[in-house]
Design a protein around this ligand. Sequence first.
Ligand code: MN
Ligand code: MN
Length: 456
Amino acid sequence: MGTLQYQKKNLYETMSKEERAKVNAYAEGYKHFLDNAKTEREAVSYLVERVEEKGYTPYTFGEALRAGDKKYVNNRNKSLILFRIGTEDAGKNGVRVMAAHIDSPRLDLKQNPLYERDEIAFFKTHYYGGIKKYQWTTIPLALHGVVHLADGTKLEVKIGEEEADPVFYVSDLLPHLAANQMKKPLAEAIEGESLNIWVGITPSETAEKDKFSYAVLEILNEKYGIVEEDFLCAELCAVPAYKARDIGFDRALLGGYGHDDRVCAYPQYTALMENEDCVHTVFVVFADKEEIGSEGTTGMQTELFPDLLKEVAKSLNVNEAEMRAHSKCISADVTVAYDPNFADVCEKNNSTKLSCGAGISKFTGSRGKSGSSDAHAEYMQEIRSIFAESGVTWQIGELGKVDQGGGGTVAKFIAKLNIDTVDLGVPVISMHSPFEAISKADLYATALAFKAFIKG
Ligand code: MN
Ligand code: MN
């Protein structure tokens, strides 16, 4: 018997032991991804290595495509598109698209990072994405990225992840002397230009001046062959140096850096890998630069994805405009989970709750839905039917109260292509902090949602 009233259900209320084991096992696979893919570059190489094992091969423009083909486009090692050609008519039925992003807020090194002050060597940083600056002080940081040497050698850098590695660090003021700092608003207590990373406190024996920063250069040169000029073209990021960990006695929350948006990227990847049907043509996008507006050649706003759709339509001999008009997309991104400690920023009935399933945001944006693609009712109903058929647990989530703030995703850039798009993702606690938290039940529900979306 149905009920007249709608009620969210907490998945843990009715979860069997067997289901719980599945939920936990799935989270272990996700943890491995989180720990080994802290930057978009690392996510791309992690995924490419694994999809190649599953028979995916690099796509070249103009290549002839047939049903069953599994292809990938590695876009500059920073974003990735996987696609598999289905047996159905992609013109009449369109394609299924899932798009998540694999960049996360962090501290990037400036292009001239090294300096010293009062016998301490530092790296200057420029933060990437929306952060609360005070959260990035006094935590262990690791350096990830790439440095090209003058001779063209490309170094992949990852320092601070192994037990034996050193870590890096941004200092904060002791409370004893913080009377003035404590009176400042949070946004001003730690300034962008004070997010300086400690890198050395011993002098060089050979340098005449700037001995402390020179000593750092000596180490970098001896170990890696780096000279200071190499930083000008380098891409180095400081990210939290710790691994993902279970939170709480019941171990049902999972804490880690970069859930936004790896917690959606991972299940869209596993959904594609586990999908044995080959009816729909499926695209899975792992975009870069979402946190800074989806700009650049590796962000969702670049023409690569539409170019690819064009090429696929041509090769399959279907009308591209018709194909796009019949396509469906899930923009896979996280949303805010209601947190009773900060209850006043959310409107409870329209906020996702932990462990109540995948969170759908019909619209994002701010103020009067500004900047949102706002999925239409008919598409919402289509998604609802797909999920009902497969028993997917989902809930509605709005990013906070009206006029409280807001945010956007890649949804609007895909909707622009005349592809129906709705946001769906895992609810997150402490989003954009160096240690975000999610419910393992929601992660699993989201994986089921993606599987259902591309099934058949
Ligand atoms: Mn996101
Ligand atoms: Mn974000």
